[in-house]
Design a protein around this ligand. Structure first.
Ligand code: SF4
Length: 326
């Protein structure tokens, strides 16, 4: 492992200053992504800025009913928080389906947003990888791409986004609050993660030195039902092959407002507007579920080993919708 400088800032402002300084700087909180990648020599920070002592670990209900989740809230604490379980069960379920209890006890909300792909070629310094070494190529295009993306990919990168939590946040229309030297700003969840395009090394909308301080959730739509379904190779400590988060209200036997997001099949947490359009106002029956599933995967571009995920994701959508309606 390469040597790096270690800094423990006493305040958010000091953390931002440290990250804005010249050189390659990384924030560390739970360390569940960064430390692995530093050991593998995939990430090479010259300075690691430990933000664990900053006052960003609270969950609070704002006067207008929104829920503000501090950047340093541990995944376990968030999943088991009484208000999250009661008002945002899709988020609780998504968190509890991810990683292992030990990892969830360490991993933080902001760290989960920032986690890097599990593409094996990204983690192997001997393989070409445009995300790790821009311009070097993509070993996954002609390599073993069973876990890779059907949606949102480019010829430069087909890596999936690995988070479960983010799929739920996409369906909940979360807002990400960040702070930088120019002050605070809010980023709508759908604009935070970037598609790979020609620059897969650029993964998010954060500017230099900007620090995520919180995630804010609006109250769920009145009467909305929520469900998270994750399909994977084994039932624990495994990434999704396909996952679905649904937040839906019913008006009699028809869908009202619906938000649907997919995980495990796209290069970023994937809000499926196409499926939502099919569902909104339609009868809540299997014909509608099937039509929504087809719409959600209409733009899928399967590769050599991952074509099975088209059917798998469609089945997952049908099952998740049936569960919500039931
Ligand atoms: Fe790298 Fe993306 Fe290709 Fe994986 S899919 S090797 S992360 S460029």
């Amino acid at each position: 492992m390469r040597a790096f400088a270690f800094h423990r800032p006493p305040s958010v402002a000091d953390a931002i200053d440290a990250h804005s300084a010249s050189g390659t700087n990384s924030f560390v909180a739970g360390g569940t992504t960064l430390i692995d990648l530093v050991k593998l020599d995939v990430m090479r920070p010259e300075r690691v800025i430990d933000i664990n002592r900053l006052p960003l670990a609270q969950i609070e209900t704002l006067p207008d009913g929104r829920l503000k989740i501090g950047a340093l809230v541990r995944n376990s604490d968030l999943a088991w928080h009484a208000e999250v379980k009661a008002r945002y069960p899709v988020l609780s379920a998504a968190l509890l389906s991810g990683a292992s209890p030990q990892l969830r006890n360490m991993a933080t909300t902001a760290g989960n947003l920032m986690q890097r792909t599990r593409c094996p070629y990204f983690r192997d310094n001997l393989s070409p990888c445009n995300k790790r070494a821009p311009g070097s190529g993509c070993a996954a295009l002609d390599g073993y791409n069973r876990m890779h993306a059907l949606l949102g990919a480019s010829e430069a990168c087909i890596a999936t986004h690995p988070s479960d939590m983010c799929v739920a946040l996409a369906a909940l229309d979360a807002t990400i609050v960040v702070q930088g030297s120019a002050g605070e700003r809010a980023i709508p969840f759908g604009e935070f993660h970037l598609l790979p395009g020609d620059t897969p090394e650029k993964e998010h909308a954060l500017g230099a030195g900007e620090l995520i301080t919180a995630i804010v959730l609006a109250p769920p739509p009145a009467g909305a039902r929520q469900h998270y379904l994750k399909l994977r190779d084994r039932e624990s400590f495994e990434f999704a092959l396909a996952s679905v988060a649904v937040v839906a209200s019913l008006d009699g036997d028809r869908f009202g407002d619906v938000r649907l997001a997919l995980g495990g099949v796209a290069t970023k947490p994937w809000r499926s507007r196409a499926a939502e359009e099919v569902l909104r106002g339609a009868p809540a029956n299997d014909a509608t579920f099937r039509a929504a599933a087809e719409a959600a995967l209409r733009d899928a571009r399967p590769r050599r080993h991952n074509a099975f995920k088209v059917t798998l994701a469609q089945q997952a959508i049908r099952r998740a919708l049936a569960e919500v309606v039931a």
